[in-house]
Design a protein around this ligand. Structure first.
Ligand SMILES: [Fe+2]
Length: 240
């Protein structure tokens, strides 16, 4: 006996609905796996950053602050989520190349001589090499390589200027400069938030990307208002 057309439709609908539900479950599994992979990536990157902090106490907390602020600026600029993640991760790892700098230079209590500065200035290149095996992080490797370039072309390692410098590297540079200024140094106390902002304002459009400075200042003002002790922490050796 043949089924009525209405029964066929019901069966087809149920099958379609079951397939749809199955697809939703697959999508949920994929989403969960993606999050797990992202978390694993972040944790391995954090492990790398911690390895640097174990070697160089001066950078303690610096990497995480620069990573968090860079991510915040990228988000405020309305960049796509993948780009925001990568800029945050590159900020976290921007100084990872210091792992390859001899401790006699990295931990020298006094000022570095010209030869030692030459060695120190290799850290962006070493950092980019360290993360080069991460296929998913090619853009991040470029941000690490170029985080000491300057808007006017006077930076290193390649002397890039303006838009030639990857946007992520320009953002990281602003966060890096602010954090260095507001940290204690062996030879001077941390500058106040207001003084550091004056420095950023005078560097905007010269050594730092003006737009990145504007967005960063908006972000850091909000954070400082919420937590006034942002400037009080341990020393960071400058690397410029
Ligand atoms: Fe650096």
């Amino acid at each position: 006996m043949n089924a009525a057309p209405g029964d066929d439709l019901t069966v087809a609908y149920r099958r379609l609905n079951a397939a749809y539900q199955q697809t939703l479950r697959y999508a949920e599994d994929v989403r969960r796996l993606y999050q797990q992979v992202q978390r694993a990536i972040y944790q391995s990157l954090l492990g790398l950053a911690n390895a640097l902090e174990a070697k160089d106490a001066y950078t303690r907390g610096h990497s995480e602050r620069v990573g968090a602020w860079s991510r915040g600026v990228a988000a405020a600029l309305g960049l796509p989520p993948g780009e925001i993640d990568m800029i945050g991760q590159a900020g976290l790892l921007h100084d990872i190349g210091k792992i390859g700098i001899p401790e006699s230079v990295l931990r020298k209590p006094g000022a570095l001589d010209p030869e030692e500065w030459k060695v120190m200035r290799n850290h962006p290149l070493i950092g980019a090499q360290i993360v080069a095996p991460f296929d998913f992080f090619t853009g991040g490797a470029m941000m690490i390589r170029h985080h000491h370039e300057r808007w006017d072309g006077s930076g290193y390692p390649d002397g890039l200027a303006g838009d030639e410098i990857p946007l992520g590297a320009r953002i990281i540079a602003v966060a890096d400069v602010y954090d260095a200024l507001t940290s204690n140094r062996p030879y001077r106390a941390a500058l106040s938030h207001t003084t550091a902002l004056d420095h950023l304002a005078s560097a905007a459009g010269l050594t730092l990307d003006e737009d990145a400075v504007t967005v960063f200042v908006g972000l850091i003002e909000t954070l400082v208002t919420a937590k006034p002790d942002v400037g009080s922490r341990s020393a960071v050796r400058p690397s410029r």
